[in-house]
Ligand binder design. Sequence first.
Ligand code: ADP
Ligand code: ADP
Length: 229
Amino acid sequence: KSAIEITGLSKTYRGGPRAPEKAALKGIDLDIPAGSVFGLLGPNGAGKSTLINILAGLVVKTAGKVTIWGFDQDVNPRQSRAAIGVMPQELNLDPFFTPRAALEVQAGLYGVKKAERRSDEILRLVGLEDKAEAYARTLSGGMRRRLLLAKALVHHPHVLVLDEPTAGVDIELRQMLWENVRRLNAEGMTIILTTHYLEEAEEMCDEIAIINQGDLVARDSTANLLSRM
Ligand code: ADP
Ligand code: ADP
């Protein structure tokens, strides 16, 4: 079974006064198996964030088809969005929300019933239990990342996407992230992460796709891919 099926996916950003038109994805086909930890690798500007933002429903594709957990994005936008949770790269959070309030709002947005909300459990998982009532504007960068991961988990998604989760984070936070990735994957969640650290992909991922300048240039099991390098 596939968690994500992508066919002929293209994205061209329209040009503007300060930037020319840019083909960020040029017809990508990619199948991500359910239950895997899947790594998207590529240099800066390769198109990784564009791909993730399309999966998250934050960027509108130019052409192609995206199916998430069996739901075509164009046909079943609500179901396909509910199947995926995304931890973004940017640390944007409402400064006057506490972690607990942010999780409640997120749960509301996704229609998670009160009885099925597990804010305390999720805050504990990401190590934010002591900061549950602190305003987001007082949280450090590391604490914000923890909250962004927590928000991605409130609706129990089948697929969790982490965009450069370890860029510039300390060892403690990196360990927390990897422990959570391993545990959630062991519980059946499909994990997709982007990184430009090959060692990280090697350690964490079952399969890897390499993107360069909007093209998919390789895709294989981590072991096969590394044996060819
Ligand atoms: P608009 O959507 O009205 O063009 P934006 O503020 O989103 O306004 O973008 C302004 C210009 O900068 C646009 O031409 C856009 O293509 C370009 N741009 C925005 N983000 C990026 C980026 N990450 N890399 C390159 N160009 C960008
Ligand atoms: P990566 O995540 O692999 O670094 P991105 O998906 O952010 O790559 O960017 C792919 C290409 O698209 C880059 O050349 C980037 O400058 C361009 N780009 C990204 N966002 C925009 C935008 N909003 N407008 C115009 N160009 C963009």
